[in-house]
Ligand binder design. Structure first.
Ligand SMILES: CC(=O)N[C@H]1[C@@H](OP(=O)(O)O)O[C@H](CO)[C@@H](O)[C@@H]1O
Ligand SMILES: [Mg+2]
Length: 546
């Protein structure tokens, strides 16, 4: 034990912390300019090793800053079943990252003591990275941290975030979830996809075509790697593949969702399905332009609706009595919530922003479909639900229609990456559903009409002055802010608005929706002004959009 600590002391000197720098494990791990992250990476290597010893399982560390600009980077920890690391350990992550150089050992020993960790237990850590230029040296710093504490590591190199989550889950289920290799991932997903599409009759080449915006990131590399496994059942035209453009610049899922416009660098033909991944390929957004050149967005809410409609139909056909729920956040379009509750009659839950909250809520149902409006989401099937589906699919006495539905459900389970939202897996599922239902993107879009909406950012001197409640839908501080928002919302029809401090950027986010785009824009602007005035805005006052 002493030897290990000496090694940590020695090695940490090679990954020194800039004195005074304070960072927080936020909505999706640490995220900031890459130049400030070397010490954080080394320390997350240490922490992952401790987490592995504690859980007696393999832990994942992913080096990425997702949709942030290329200059940024970040790190997320993955727990044994492929889920986000548990909140207590997020706290430890923050403590370790912020300990000044001379206090690091004390901070480390503090975690060991609090968690009563047996230091002679062996440790295994899987490491992955995205395509940022800083990712190579930063992931090396993680590996250094693991080895300093005597842990074993496996470096998966360039992988998408969801691929790393998948590897961790495969490893800790002794291969029951799949084979812990990138090849194994493609095989499992593509086999299921091909089985599903066998149920699509007369699918033309046009219908099999999909335009993909790879955001100039890791998703582009990986979808290209996967293509041969698809056996031509899906024809992908890949743009923004990283060969010339800059990561996430004017492209990618976040850009398309927030700007509500097509990315640059792609060719769009009227009526054709297009999708965008984000920088680490854990989000996906669909869109198309109509014959008049008008842009139409199909976001996470539309995706959740399509998937839950499909699953509900299959459950009915299979005669399976399983409870299905959709989990959303406050950013979900009001029309989607209304459609899901009133027309589809499924249970809808609203949680705080951040996948870990949605994932947790979705685990409470037989089938939990969760999506953030920005396109991050997946479907969770409880163990009991999976067993029931399997039994029905394998039972020789089952009649044909029920059996067909059960087999479809079984392949649906296999095409989905249940560990975390996954652009590639979600894409395969969506493509399969559209093919099976022989549905065009326009028909999918027409399931319900989005309420016009607007998202804005406001800079304030300290965003922590804003505190929220009711799954972030209401502000409890600063004084007067919620009253101001309530007053403004009353001026517009079908309006809703809320504000919350971002967990990934130093801004306050403002969301507004209303009957018309103009109203949504005006409301968002007025609420931004209220935030600026009541919550310590900095820089110039927010300008109106019109
Ligand atoms: C409005 C919005 O899209 N917020 C995003 C964003 O979080 P913020 O806390 O809003 O910065 O990044 C998170 C991580 O990717 C994602 O989970 C979340 O949905
Ligand atoms: Mg992401």
């Amino acid at each position: 034990m002493m030897a290990e600590f000496q090694e940590v002391s020695k090695q940490s000197g090679l990954h020194p912390k800039p004195a005074g720098l304070v960072l927080q494990y936020g909505t999706a791990g640490f995220r900031t300019n890459a130049k400030d992250l070397d010490h954080v990476m080394f320390r997350m290597g240490l922490l992952a090793t401790l987490r592995s010893k504690k859980t007696k399982a393999t832990i994942g560390v992913m080096v990425t800053a997702s949709h942030n600009p290329e200059e940024d980077n970040g790190v997320k920890l993955v727990d044994p079943m492929g889920e986000m690391v548990t909140p207590t350990w997020e706290g430890y992550a923050t403590q370790l990252a912020n300990a000044e150089q001379e206090d690091l050992l004390t901070a480390l020993k503090d975690v060991i003591e609090k968690e009563d960790i047996n230091m002679s237990q062996e440790a295994n850590v899987f490491v992955g990275k995205d395509t940022r230029s800083s990712s190579a040296s930063l992931s090396q710093a993680v590996l250094d941290g693991v080895s300093a504490l005597g842990g074993k590591s496996k470096d998966y190199g360039l992988v998408t975030t969801p691929q790393l989550h998948y590897m961790v889950c495969c490893q800790n289920t002794q291969g029951k979830y799949g084979e812990a290799t990138v090849e194994g991932y493609y095989k499992k997903l593509c086999q299921a996809f091909i089985q599903l599409t066998k149920n699509a009759s007369n699918c033309t080449d046009d219908q099999k075509h999909l335009t993909v915006d790879g955001a100039n990131g890791i998703g582009a590399l990986k979808v290209r790697e996967m293509e041969s496994h698809l056996k031509k059942e899906l024809h992908i035209s890949l743009f923004n593949d990283g060969s010339k453009g800059k990561l996430n610049h004017q492209c990618g899922a976040d850009f398309v969702k927030v700007q509500q416009k097509a990315p640059t660098g792609i060719e769009m033909n009227p009526g054709e399905r297009c999708c965008s991944y984000d920088g680490d390929a854990d989000r996906i957004i669909y869109y198309y332009s109509d014959s008049k050149g008008q842009f139409h967005l199909l976001d996470g809410d539309k995706i959740a609706t399509l998937i839950s409609t499909f699953l509900k139909e299959l459950l009915t056909q299979a005669g399976l009595d399983l409870q299905i729920a959709v989990v959303q956040t406050a950013y979900a379009n009001g029309s989607s919530t209304r459609y899901l509750e009133d027309t589809m009659k499924v249970i809808v839950r609203c949680t705080k922003t951040g996948v870990k909250h949605l994932h947790h809520a979705a685990q409470e149902f037989d089938i939990g479909v969760y999506f953030e409006a920005n396109g991050h989401g997946t479907v969770l099937f409880s163990k009991a639900a999976q067993e029931k589906i399997q039994q029905l699919a394998e039972n020789t006495g089952t009649d044909d229609e029920r059996k067909r539905a059960a087999l479809l459900l079984q392949n649906t389970v296999n095409v989905i990456n249940q560990t975390v939202g996954d652009a590639i897996s979600d894409m395969l599922l969506i493509e399969a559903i559209l093919a099976i239902k022989s549905m065009t993107v326009q028909q999918w879009d027409a399931i319900y009409s989005d309420l016009p909406n607007r998202q804005l950012k406001v800079k304030v001197s300290d965003r922590r002055v804003i505190d929220t409640t009711d799954a972030e839908r209401r502000a409890v501080s600063p004084d007067g802010l919620q009253e101001a928002i309530d007053g403004l919302v009353k001026k517009y029809r079908q309006a809703r608005s809320f504000v919350r401090p971002s967990g990934t950027e130093d801004v306050v986010r403002v969301y507004a929706e209303a009957e018309t785009q103009e109203s949504a824009d005006d409301l968002a602007h007025e609420v931004s002004l209220a935030v600026y005035r009541l919550a310590g805005g900095v820089g110039g006052e927010p300008k109106p959009l019109h």
